[in-house]
Design a protein around this ligand. Structure first.
Ligand code: PEP
Ligand code: MN
Length: 337
């Protein structure tokens, strides 16, 4: 059960509400976000919710029995929009492309990518400075110094940054140099990290775990929301299956299912989703038709020389064709409505 409180609720009204919930054996959690104050009640007893809904200081009440609640569409019917400022908006009919290399490698590489994005009117650049690598001997990113250059070049060009945060300890130092924190597939259930990202004032894009279910992804998002941050996006990036003909199995089904279950924007990552450069475009377009609000894609001037994920990275020319097809596909999808 979700109870939204009036901003003006008094201590004694809150006390009465908590007492009432205790008498019906409901455990309560208070959640305060940048947009509202809520009491999450967890219990089994049937009761008439009007007996709480009519109490003073209560704005709204809803029964949501799923394990995730505040991220559920059963609670918030209207889709969430993520506004990054300067006219860069994700969700509610605002389609975005986030493009860039798997890893930030050098100042020259950032400059070349920024020029490519500006030319193609792309407002969000991706690129990792902290890289989760299967082998400890692989390139693991330029760290905070690389991020500072990344930020300097992007902000001068009006481009927003999405980059991965791997540890709680990195959150603060990254804060002033990013626009979206990315939580990678390997950290999708790092609950301490999710708790901490709930306390920041920047949006978070949460990737689905390598073998994570949709339900687990939504509960992971609930961790962030219930710690105070409502600005969350979910990303389908492929799951591990028994198939070995490609890197991951992009779960196209997850996109309409997520759009149905949650009000949060849904992003598709075709690069990690299939892991094969020449097929990135077709699965990206499929993701858009399936309902994705944005696409995040790996692009590099010379993918053959990329420090990571070159095999799934598009060159500039392939990327330009993709952007055009993505935009046309999005228009086509919207025309079906
Ligand atoms: C990435 O975006 O480069 C990345 C490491 O993604 P994932 O967490 O989906 O593997
Ligand atoms: Mn990658």
């Amino acid at each position: 059960m979700i109870i939204q409180l009036e901003k003006t609720i008094s201590e004694s009204q809150l006390g009465q509400l908590e007492k009432k919930l205790t008498t019906i054996d409901y455990k309560t959690n208070k959640v305060s976000t940048q947009y509202g104050d809520y009491i999450i009640g967890v219990g089994k007893k049937e009761f008439d919710i009007r007996s709480i809904g009519t109490m003073p200081g209560i704005r709204d009440i809803h029964r949501v029995s799923d394990a995730y609640k505040l991220v559920s569409k059963k609670w918030k019917v209207n889709d969430t929009q993520i506004d990054l400022g300067d006219g860069v908006v994700i969700g509610t009919g605002n389609f975005q492309i986030m493009a860039g290399p798997c890893s930030i490698e050098s100042e020259e590489q950032i400059e070349a990518t920024v020029a490519h994005l500006v030319k193609n009117n792309i407002r969000i650049m991706r690129g990792g400075v902290y890289k989760p690598r299967s082998s400890p001997y692989s390139f693991r990113g330029l760290g905070i110094d690389g991020l500072k250059i990344f930020y300097q070049k992007c902000s001068a060009a009006g481009i927003k940054i999405i980059t991965e945060v791997m540890m709680v300890e990195q959150i603060e130092s990254m804060h002033d140099y990013i626009d979206i924190y990315q939580v990678g597939a390997r950290n999708s259930q790092n609950f301490n990290l999710l708790d901490a990202l709930g306390k920041v004032d920047k949006p978070v894009m949460l990737k689905r775990g390598i073998s994570g279910t949709i339900n687990e992804l939504l509960q992971a998002a609930e961790y962030i929301f219930s710690n105070g941050n409502e600005r969350i996006m979910l990303c389908e990036r492929g799951i591990r299956s028994y198939e070995t003909a490609y890197r991951n199995t992009l779960d196209i089904n997850a996109i309409p299912i997520l759009k149905d279950k949650t009000h949060l924007p849904v992003i598709v990552d075709p690069s990690h989703g299939i892991g094969v450069r020449k097929h990135v475009e077709s699965v990206a377009l499929a993701g858009v038709i399936a309902g994705a609000d944005a696409v995040i894609v790996e692009v590099h001037e010379t993918p053959e020389k990329a420090f990571s994920d070159g095999q799934q990275t598009l060159n500039n020319q392939e990327a330009e064709s993709l952007y055009d097809h993505l935009r046309r596909t999005f228009e086509l999808r919207e025309s079906f409505k």
